[in-house]
Design a binder for this molecule. Structure first.
Ligand SMILES: NC(=O)c1ccc[n+]([C@@H]2O[C@H](COP(=O)([O-])OP(=O)(O)OC[C@H]3O[C@@H](n4cnc5c(N)ncnc54)[C@H](O)[C@@H]3O)[C@@H](O)[C@H]2O)c1
Length: 260
């Protein structure tokens, strides 16, 4: 298998990807994978400074990158993200929805505000971004969307019940939107990561929980963010993944397989 063959199957030269949550731990790794495959990346995240840092790193890798600040709790902000991205590139071929928040609390202590915040960022924003960018992609002749789910898309893990509900819905939404967009040349899939050490996890990762995760993960370790890149590149690839839509890839060291 030659380098030219792999480039044809997986290469993203000339394509632009918007990565929402691109300044985060997993989003950052996905941005690095996309630029290494030849895409121009627009890092879309809440705060300017982490976005700028991410763009610097991508540029140092030899990639083409820019950033747009977005607050995905607002539809207007998502619409501005598309408009600002189109100032950077004529067309957006790839959208990755990777913004997400988590909170660990007892069911009876949680407030409506906790619930609304998690649903707005993890779920409603995915609906809105699929709609806003989907319209553009239909007009432009096609595209690829990847939503980031979780092992909690399949399993209701304790204490992170609102998060689990949001991620289960993200997976179902992904399947629905894939059907809506299939004949319009847009493929829509999800990646469901297992456990990756990241800032938002530290709040909920007690030693007991870490022990449980290790016990439940056949590979007996956390994931490394870069280990998500292979799944992403398959799902957004021009040829290798061209008949794949409405599904998900678990990248979880076997956690879900061991559970069922
Ligand atoms: N780390 C894990 O183990 C793990 C496992 C499964 C799924 N995930 C999912 O992966 C995604 C990335 O998580 P991560 O671990 O890299 O966490 P992270 O906190 O490093 O990244 C999340 C990003 O989302 C951004 N964000 C939050 N609210 C936003 C808003 N209102 N508008 C725009 N951006 C906003 C944050 O600024 C941050 O950069 C999330 O959807 C998360 O649920 C993570």
């Amino acid at each position: 298998m030659g380098a030219d063959y792999l480039k044809e199957m997986f290469g993203l030269e000339g394509q632009t990807a918007v990565v929402v949550g691109g300044a985060g731990v997993l989003g950052g790794a996905l941005c690095r994978g996309l630029v290494q495959a030849g895409a121009k990346v627009i890092v879309a995240d809440l705060m300017e400074e982490p976005c700028r840092k991410q763009v610097d790193e991508l540029t140092q890798l030899g990639g083409q990158a820019a950033y747009v600040v977005v607050d995905v709790t607002s539809r207007e902000s998502i619409e501005s993200l598309l408009a600002d991205s189109l100032k950077q590139s004529e067309r957006i071929e790839i959208l990755v929805n990777c913004a997400g928040v988590n909170a660990g609390n007892d069911f009876l202590d949680a407030t409506d505000q906790d619930w609304d915040r998690i649903m707005a960022i993890n779920l409603r924003a995915v609906f809105q971004a699929c709609q806003v960018f989907g319209r553009h992609m239909i007009q432009a002749g096609g595209g690829k969307i990847v939503n980031i789910g979780s092992v909690t898309s399949h399993l209701p893990l304790s204490r992170v019940w609102a998060y689990s509900a949001s991620k289960a819905a993200v997976l179902n939404l992904t399947r629905n939107v894939a059907q809506e967009f299939a004949e319009k040349g847009i493929r829509v899939n999800a990646i469901c990561p297992g456990f990756f050490p990241a800032e938002q996890n530290r709040k909920v990762l007690t030693q007991e929980r870490i022990d449980n995760i290790m016990h439940g993960t056949p590979m007996k370790r956390f994931g490394e963010p870069e280990e998500l890149i292979g799944a992403l590149l398959l799902l957004v690839s021009p040829i290798a993944g061209q008949f794949i839509t409405g599904t998900h890839i678990n990248v979880d060291g076997g956690f879900t397989a061991a559970w069922f």
